[in-house]
Design a protein around this ligand. Sequence first.
Ligand code: ADP
Ligand code: MG
Ligand code: MG
Length: 213
Amino acid sequence: ASRRDAVVAQSLLATLAATVEEHKDRLGEIDAVAGDGDHGIGMSRGSRAAVEAAETAVAAGGGVRSVLSTAGAAFGDRAGGTSGILWGLLLETVGESLGNQEPVTLDGLARAVRAGATRVQAFGHAELGDKTMLDALCPFADALDQGAASGLPLPKAWGAAAETCTRAAEATAPMVPKVGRARPLAERSVGTPDPGAVSLALIVTAIGERLDQ
Ligand code: ADP
Ligand code: MG
Ligand code: MG
């Protein structure tokens, strides 16, 4: 099994958790506009559990796959809420797709993110335009594919995809939610971006900054 990339995965999960912590209040406020206001709290609980699980997996000599799979399971268990389950599935699927083979390549990562997006969509039954995290995740996966096709180095491709993801998250503001807890008060959410799309964009942007260092 791999070691170096497993440690990288663990440290990027720590970046994810730190990013959520930094923006926790704002994520709650965005979710409170039409939802129940717990997005920051849930993501914080889930990501802290994910970091702990990743530390244990690395200490036990696990590779990328075991680090992300156990982190995903812990995320889903502890976050509570829809996005916790979906983030748990996303991390588990990315881990399963990457496997324990080193090194992680851009092609492999693009495939893994695509697999994660497909899994989230299959589980949550949301379509593009329903105003969910998928409206940021699918453009992110597309942009990673494009970066891989253009032969960009991994950090550059990730950075460009993070910019695409951020614009896509902002572009959810005028949408009307079709699924999830924001649906009953759907009209109220017009003008505010989807909380799950915003948290995804913040997380992939922070990870991109770490990869570029
Ligand atoms: P809950 O809605 O259970 O309170 P959160 O507030 O943590 O959970 O997460 C809300 C976010 O979850 C939404 O902003 C949206 O991005 C995402 N979401 C909700 N339902 C779905 C779904 N069916 N498919 C994809 N994403 C979803
Ligand atoms: Mg909520
Ligand atoms: Mg909730």
